[in-house]
Each structure stands twice: as C-alpha cells, then as structure tokens.
Design a protein around this ligand. Structure first.
Ligand code: ZN
Length: 110
C-alpha cells in the first residue's frame, strides 16, 4: 500500500484510509465495491421485472376470467389468478429481502 500526505496536517497515511488517523480529516469518500454495485442494480432491476411480471400476469389473468364460458370456469380462473398473484408477491418479497440484505451488506464501508 502506498502512503500519501494528509492535506490537513501533513501526516503520512495509507491511501486506503478514508480519514486521517491523526487529525480525522476526510481523505476520500467510501466507495461501493463492484460486487456491491452489481447487487444494488440487480435489486433495482429485480423490482422492475417483478412489477412488469405482476402487471402482465394480472392483465392476462383478467382476460382468462372474462373469456371463461361457465361460472365454474370463471371461479377457477379467479382462484388461479389469486394464487398466481400470491406466488408472484411471495417471490417478490422473498427476493427483495435477500437482495435488500445483500445490498446492505455490500454497501460502502468506512
Ligand atoms: Zn491529517
């Protein structure tokens, strides 16, 4: 590791240090790791995908209910829609919890 001089007090500090151990001056901003960035963008992308899936899935299911011939078919399609919505929401929440935790764990450290 290289040493740089603190611009506040002139002390030699590691270029990996976020602040000067002598005077506490901020030397650089903490950065998210590349992996942390990937996790953060997957988290955002995942939410967009789930929202699209939910909207498209529910739109298709509504067509199924309207085009069903009998009341039994309508009821079946409605139950299927409810179950489908629950599965999507369950995967959505589970994915958010996992990715959310990973986003927290990979965030910029001091
Ligand atoms: Zn200093």
């Amino acid at each position: 590791m290289a040493l740089v001089n603190c611009k506040e007090c002139g002390a030699e500090v590691s270029d990996k240090a976020l602040d000067c151990p002598k005077c506490g001056a901020k030397l650089r901003k903490p950065k998210r790791s590349t992996f942390g960035k990937i996790v953060k963008y997957s988290f955002i992308g995942f939410n967009i995908l789930m929202l699209l899936w939910f909207v498209v899935g529910m739109g298709g299911a509504a067509d199924g209910i309207n085009s069903a011939g009998s009341e039994a078919e309508q009821a079946g399609a409605a139950i299927g829609t409810g179950l489908g919505a629950m599965v999507i929401i369950f995967i959505w929440v589970a994915g958010d919890v996992v990715l959310g935790l990973m986003t927290l764990l990979t965030r910029a450290k001091k």
